[in-house]
Write a protein that binds this ligand. Structure first.
Ligand SMILES: [Zn+2]
Ligand SMILES: [Zn+2]
Length: 271
């Protein structure tokens, strides 16, 4: 097949795909998830604006409003595996069905058709100009145009275009991997009354997000890893940004790590 015939031809698309995967996932995990939804760390208004722009540029066609994401995600933690969970494998036929449902709820909240309880809407980062731009059809289509232009210029064969939908919907794809698969498959460190599991034992692909059992146990921890092999690639990034004073970490991480280790042992004894 020509796809494998001159593999050097596929380098630009591969690099584009991989870089986009990790940059858009970085924004989702760092900004929308850990910061907006869970307040795992704080940042000033200038840093917040900077990461709003980073999110807009890296997520492009699948840009997620930090405010809407955080609201939905807080609902997910409060109502995990129930009918009020915005995305639960238990209430969807398949992963695409769940993605569609998640999209509908996102749009309903974005358009103000659904009111979310006040206790979920505290401390939400909001920059209406960027949110309006990122959520506009024109912006989404323009970004798709950018991706299509890249594929038109560099795709060595028609097969490479199969990657394009993943890039167009990257935010939804990242969400679905965790919200569907990490609520169905994996291993657990903590026994809880929900289906959250650690999908991978070493998670480089999802930047630590796949330690979902750990995350449901300690939602606002800056380190999603708990056991020695559970490396969270964003944890050192967060520590460095804290050290650089770009963001403010809440408590000394050593004390957090210590208390978590203690509780981890404790949970194992009772498992
Ligand atoms: Zn979950
Ligand atoms: Zn979470």
């Amino acid at each position: 097949m020509r796809v494998f015939y001159r593999s050097i031809d596929s380098v630009p698309i591969l690099i584009f795909f991989i870089v986009h995967w990790y940059l858009s996932l970085f924004s989702q995990s760092f900004f929308q998830h850990r910061y907006s939804a869970h307040g795992a760390f704080k940042m000033g208004p200038r840093a917040e604006k900077f990461f709003f722009i980073v999110a807009y540029v890296t997520q492009g066609s699948s840009y997620l409003s930090a405010k809407v994401y955080a609201l939905m995600h807080r609902l997910h933690h409060a109502y995990t595996d129930t009918e009020l969970d915005p995305h639960s494998p238990a209430y969807s036929k398949n992963v695409f069905d769940m993605m569609w449902r998640t999209r509908r709820i996102y749009l309903d909240i974005w358009k103000g058709k659904v009111q979310v309880e006040e206790r979920f809407s505290k401390n939400l980062p909001d920059w209406p100009v960027v949110d309006k731009l990122g959520n506009s059809i024109i912006s989404r289509i323009a970004w798709v145009g950018v991706y299509v232009a890249f594929y038109a210029a560099f795709a060595p064969s028609i097969w490479w275009w199969l990657l394009l939908p993943v890039q167009i919907a990257s935010g939804a794809v990242h969400g679905a991997i965790i919200n569907w698969y990490a609520h169905k498959y994996g291993y657990i460190n903590y026994k809880m009354r929900n289906t959250a599991q650690n999908l991978f034992s070493v998670d480089v692909l999802m930047l630590g997000e796949s330690y979902h059992n750990n995350h449901h146990k300690y939602p606002s921890s800056i380190n999603f890893g708990r056991r020695w092999h559970e490396l969270d690639p964003l944890y050192p990034v967060i520590r460095v940004l804290g050290w650089m004073k770009v963001i403010q970490l809440k408590q000394p991480a050593l004390a957090v790590a210590h208390s978590h280790d203690h509780e981890l042992e404790h949970d194992h004894h009772h498992a």
